[in-house]
Design a protein around this ligand. Structure first.
Ligand code: ADP
Ligand code: GLC
Length: 480
């Protein structure tokens, strides 16, 4: 089967979060199920800089008013189609924001262009290759199935994956003419959303199947609390809604071979983590003692519960723990965390910024990772934690609920516990979880059991890739 995957970020070329990890790893995992994927992504400067010897595959002289070229290149096991459109993507800053962190004002056009190019490829414009199915990710690619509905192309099935319903790509109705859709597309069964244009809304209404990245999140987005206004739309497609939990690339994330990890280890050589632990203490200027090191590797936002971390930091230290934070995000949260570090030299360390190698080393050296998200569609850092023996302490929500087994009495007795869950997601809830962690940590045997059990968890893509492959097959055989 041939699949066109469409994503605004793809690891290892361009990443701001878990979406990149997923769109970079799933195509490789799907190869075992005879799914051949080409992935379309924007030609940001960071992408064009690293690819070697791309081939021009398609010229699009008027892609929503600007010229574009589709380049094809193989990169680290991925077959990539790169949308080279300098007017849209050749700028300093990140994929979505300018160097000052402000959304580009023309994001609607930048990602409509990506989606329109995808629909052209779906229609067979790429010489010698036409997909059997299109798989789009998040609002940035969601217009693909909208264009596929209105442009006269042979009907092809499409799957839309929601990685985070908090980001919906909602814009004023004045942009509608610029999308070059027929007037009747501005309707509730399509992209119209309370008088505005909703990219994700349009995708949900036009895709043949909707998936999200964990079973619990699939249930949660049917409720007003988590559906963020789209719960009714999701409910109307409930028969085509699937929750498939993310896996991780177990080659990239392997403590026995990870090139940035100083001292390699496995479940039977956990003692080797000590050396990595020392490196972490050094990097964050922590006292080198036996107190547990709790870590956070995260976007610093309200979703991720980072205000809670900042507010309980003093108490974590008072309980005898140490805390290290790697992340960037909202200025107020960065400031609050840096202030906590300044109050507790040797006990709290904060590094503001994005640092992929350090994120690996922290999983390999810290004792536990705290993930107090208010909502979490899947979450990947708890999966990396499980794989690296860095015990996850997580809010009981979304994918965190589906992937971590709480160390309650029954689970401990059955030796299946892999971490700690807490609810409600409040300061009290989190402190209670930290207290439990301190208690378990004091019992070395018990802690090692938690680490080992976590390392045994199946966090690979295998089962989930099989589920995607089965979903693709069912849609293709239905001939939708
Ligand atoms: P989200 O996509 O919502 O941010 P995920 O848990 O799915 O959350 O994915 C986050 C990804 O980004 C993980 O691969 C994590 O290791 C990485 N990450 C987050 N913050 C940083 C950072 N400051 N430095 C390096 N990697 C980070
Ligand atoms: C989103 C979600 C995160 C998920 C990731 C990959 O960024 O916030 O929970 O793990 O997508 O699916």
């Amino acid at each position: 089967m041939k699949v066109l995957s469409v994503s605004s970020e793809v690891f290892p070329l361009i990443k701001t979060g878990g979406l990149a990890d997923v769109s970079g790893a799933l195509p490789i995992a799907l190869q075992a199920f005879e799914v051949e994927t080409k992935t379309l992504l924007p030609g940001y400067p960071a992408v064009l800089k690293v690819i070697r010897d791309p081939v021009v595959r398609l010229e699009l002289p008027d892609l929503l008013g600007e010229p574009a070229t589709v380049l094809e290149v193989q990169h680290e096991g991925l077959d990539l189609l790169i949308l080279d459109a300098p007017a849209y993507y050749d700028r300093p800053g990140g994929p979505y924001v300018d160097p000052l962190g402000k959304d580009y004002p023309d994001n609607w056009r930048r990602f409509a262009a990506l989606s329109l190019a995808a629909s052209e490829i779906a229609a067979g414009l790429l010489p010698g290759w036409r997909p059997d199915l299109v798989h789009t990710h998040d609002w940035q690619a969601a217009l693909t199935s909208v264009y596929m509905r209105y442009y006269p192309t042979p009907e092809l099935p499409s799957v839309l994956t929601i990685h985070n319903i908090a980001f919906q790509g909602q814009f004023g109705s004045e942009i509608f003419p610029g999308l070059r859709l027929p007037a009747h597309a501005f309707a509730t069964d399509s992209i119209e959303y309370y008088g505005t244009v909703g990219f994700l809304k349009g995708g949900l209404q036009t895709a043949h199947a909707i998936t999200t990245v964990s079973p619990t999140y699939a249930d949660e987005i049917l409720t007003p609390e988590f559906g963020m206004g789209l719960e009714g739309v999701i409910a109307s497609h409930i028969d085509n809604l699937h929750g498939i939990v993310n896996g991780i690339d177990t080659d990239v994330w392997n403590p026995a071979t990870d090139p940035v990890v100083h001292t390699h280890y496995g479940a039977t050589t956990l003692k080797n983590r000590e050396e990595n632990r020392r490196s972490i203490a050094e990097f964050f200027h922590l006292d080198n003692d036996n107190a547990p090191i709790f870590c956070v590797i995260s976007r610093l936002t309200w979703q991720k519960g980072m205000d809670i971390v900042a507010n309980v930091a003093d108490e974590i230290v008072a309980m005898g723990g140490k805390l290290v934070v790697l992340g960037s995000g909202e200025a107020a949260l960065e400031g609050a965390l840096l202030a906590a570090a300044a109050r507790h030299p040797g006990r709290i360390g904060v590094s503001i910024g994005y640092n992929e190698p350090m994120s690996h080393l922290m999983q390999a050296g810290c004792d536990a990772i705290i993930i107090p998200s208010r909502f979490e569609p899947c979450g990947l850092t708890q999966l990396y934690g499980l794989r690296y023996g860095c015990v996850p302490i997580v809010a009981r929500t979304g994918g965190l609920n589906d992937t971590v087994i709480d160390a309650n009495h029954a689970a401990l007795a059955a030796k299946v516990a892999t971490g700690i869950q807490f609810s409600p997601v409040t300061e009290t809830g989190m402190l209670q979880a930290i207290r439990r962690a301190m208690h378990f940590y004091a019992d070395r045997k018990l802690w090692t059991q938690l680490q080992k059990q976590g390392m045994k968890s199946d966090v690979s893509w295998e089962k989930s890739a099989e589920r995607y492959a089965a979903l693709y097959s069912s849609l293709v055989s239905k001939g939708m």
